[in-house]
Design a protein around this ligand. Structure first.
Ligand SMILES: *[C@@H]1O[C@H](CO)[C@@H](O)[C@H](O)[C@H]1NC(C)=O
Ligand SMILES: *[C@@H]1O[C@H](CO)[C@@H](O)[C@H](O)[C@H]1NC(C)=O
Length: 435
C-alpha cells in the first residue's frame, strides 16, 4: 500500500498549478496524496555513488510514525504537587537533553518512562525552590536547546507545546528556555495567548508546584523525543499558521544559501556550485514561463543582522518553491502557504547520503563508528503535507573531512522541472528505480 502511495502522481496543471496558493485549504487531502508523495530524485551518477536503499527505509519509518495518533504514543498523567528540575547535560550545553527530574507526592518516577523522567535527587537539605508555580501545570521539555536553535524550536518545541496548549485548555505549561531568552520571544511572536500560558524555566532551576502536575508520559518503547514526529501535532500548528497568513502574493522562489563561513554545523555548499544551482533554477523558471528574477537568496540574514521571525515568516509564506541543503533555514517551510491537494508549493531539499560520510553534519559518531544520518525537514515536520517534497542527494565534495558537500546537480535539475510543472515526479521512469 505505502509503496504504491509514494508513486502517486499529482495531476498535471501546467504553469497555473500555483495560482491557487494563498487561498485557504478547505479541501482535505489524504495523507497518501500529500505527505506520502515525497520523493527522492537521484541522477544515474548519484545512484552509483550512494546506496539509495537507505531512502526507502527512511521514507517508510517517517510515514509510519507520522500517521500515528498522539494518544497511542503517550498518555497524559496527572499527579499531585511536587517539584521538578530540567537538569543540564553533564557533558555541556551543546548536548541534547530531554530528561526531567521529578518528585510528586503520590507517584514515584519509576512508573514513568525512564528515558524521559528520573527521580529527583534526594538530599538531606530542604528543597530550595528557585521558582514556584501555583496553578496546575503541564511539563514539557523539548529535545533541545540551551542555545537557541531555530530548526529545533520549530520542529521539536513548537508542535508539542502548541498541542498541549490546544488540548489542555486550563493548565500552565512549563517550557525550558534558552540562555538568551529567544524561545520566549519566538513563542510570543507566534501566538501571544500561548505565550501567556507558559512559564519559562531555565535549566537547573528547582521548580516547586503547588497544584497538580501533568506529564506527557511516552510509551516505554519511545526512547528519544525525535521519534515524536506526528502529523497530528504539526497539523495544529499549521491551522494556526493558515489563520495568521495575510493572504499576500505567492510569487517567489527561495534559494537557501548555506555557504562557507556562515555556520559551523556543516552541510555547506561550494560558492561556484551554488551559483550553478541558481542558474539551473533560472533556466527552469524561464522554461515554465515564470520570471527568473523571482529568486531570492536567503541565508537567515538581513544585511549583517539576523532576520527577525516575522521577516522569515513573510518571506517563506510568499514562496512557491524553496530549495537548499538540510539546515535550520529549511524549518521555515512551516510557513509556506498552501491551497488544495494539487496546488501546493514545492520544496527541494538536499540531503545527506551514504556518500557524504566525510561531510560535517552528515553523520554522528558513536564510539569509533560514524553513523550516517539522513535528515530532512520532510521528516522533522511529520510529512509536511502542505507542500510537495522533493529530495536530492548530496555527495562528497572533498576526499577528506569537510564542511562542504556537493549536490547531485542532475537530480536537482529533474526535481526543478517536476516541481515547476506542479507535478509529482514519476519515479518509475528513473532507471527502474523503486522507492
Ligand atoms: C495521584 O494524584 C492525582 C491528582 O490528585 C490523581 O489524579 C492520581 O490518580 C493519583 N495517582 C495515584 C497513583 O494515586
Ligand atoms: C535540465 O533539465 C531540462 C529539462 O529536462 C533540460 O532541458 C536541460 O538541458 C537540463 N539542464 C542541464 C544543465 O542538464
Amino acid at each position: 500500500m505505502r509503496i504504491l502511495a509514494c508513486l502517486v502522481v499529482f495531476s498535471l496543471r501546467g504553469a497555473s498549478a500555483f495560482d491557487k496558493l494563498g487561498k485557504p485549504d478547505d479541501e482535505p487531502c489524504s495523507f497518501a496524496e500529500t505527505a506520502a508523495g515525497a520523493v527522492l530524485i537521484p541522477s544515474a551518477h548519484a545512484l552509483q555513488q550512494c546506496n539509495h536503499k537507505v531512502w526507502s527505509g527512511y521514507y517508510q519509518r517517517t510515514l509510519d510514525m507520522a500517521a500515528r495518533p498522539p494518544i497511542k504514543i503517550w498518555e497524559l498523567r496527572t499527579l499531585q504537587s511536587g517539584h521538578f528540575i530540567f537538569p543540564s547535560h553533564p557533558l555541556g550545553p551543546r548536548n541534547m537533553m530531554w530528561q526531567i527530574h521529578l518528585w510528586t507526592k503520590n507517584v514515584t518516577t519509576s512508573s514513568l518512562n525512564k528515558h524521559f523522567f528520573s527521580e529527583f535527587p534526594t538530599t538531606s537539605q530542604p528543597i530550595n525552590c528557585g521558582l514556584t508555580i501555583s496553578k496546575p501545570v503541564t511539563l514539557y521539555r523539548a529535545f533541545a536547546p540551551r542555545y537557541f536553535q531555530y530548526g529545533h524550536v520549530i520542529t521539536d518545541l513548537l508542535p508539542m507545546v502548541f498541542w498541549i496548549y490546544t488540548t489542555m485548555d486550563t493548565s500552565t505549561i512549563a517550557v525550558e528556555t534558552d540562555s538568551k531568552g529567544k524561545i520566549p520571544q519566538f513563542l510570543q511572536w507566534f501566538d501571544s495567548k500561548l505565550h501567556e500560558r507558559i512559564v519559562y524555566v531555565p535549566a537547573d532551576t528547582i521548580v516547586c508546584t503547588e497544584s497538580k502536575v501533568t506529564v506527557l508520559n511516552p510509551k516505554s518503547w519511545v526512547v528519544r523525543p525525535e521519534l515524536l514526529r506526528l502529523s497530528a501535532l504539526v497539523a495544529h500548528v499549521r491551522q494556526h499558521v493558515t489563520q495568521k497568513v495575510a493572504s499576500g502574493t505567492v510569487d517567489r522562489v527561495i534559494a537557501y544559501e548555506r555557504l562557507e563561513g556562515t555556520t559551523t554545523t556543516g552541510r555547506l555548499l561550494d560558492k561556484s556550485q551554488f551559483r550553478r544551482l541558481v542558474d539551473l533554477a533560472k533556466d527552469a523558471l524561464r522554461a515554465a514561463q515564470r520570471p527568473p528574477d523571482s529568486i531570492v537568496l536567503y541565508n537567515g540574514k538581513d544585511g549583517d543582522k539576523p532576520m527577525s521571525f516575522e521577516q522569515q515568516y513573510r518571506l517563506f509564506s510568499s514562496a512557491y518553491l524553496v530549495f537548499g541543503p538540510h539546515g535550520a533555514g529549511m524549518g521555515n517551510v512551516l510557513w509556506m502557504q498552501s491551497a488544495d491537494c494539487t496546488a501546493r508549493p514545492a520544496v527541494i531539499e538536499f540531503i545527506c547520503s551514504t556518500d557524504t560520510r566525510s561531510v560535517t553534519g552528515c553523520y554522528v559518531t558513536n564510539g569509533l563508528k560514524k553513523l550516517n544520518r539522513i535528515m530532512s525537514f520532510w521528516r522533522l515536520l511529520a510529512g509536511a503535507p502542505w507542500v510537495r517534497y522533493f529530495h536530492v542527494w548530496m555527495l562528497h565534495h572533498d576526499d577528506h573531512e569537510s564542511n562542504v558537500a556537493s549536490v547531485d546537480e542532475v537530480g536537482f535539475n529533474i526535481s526543478l522541472y517536476a516541481a515547476l510543472r506542479g507535478a509529482g515526479p514519476q519515479m518509475r521512469r528513473l532507471r527502474g528505480l523503486r522507492v
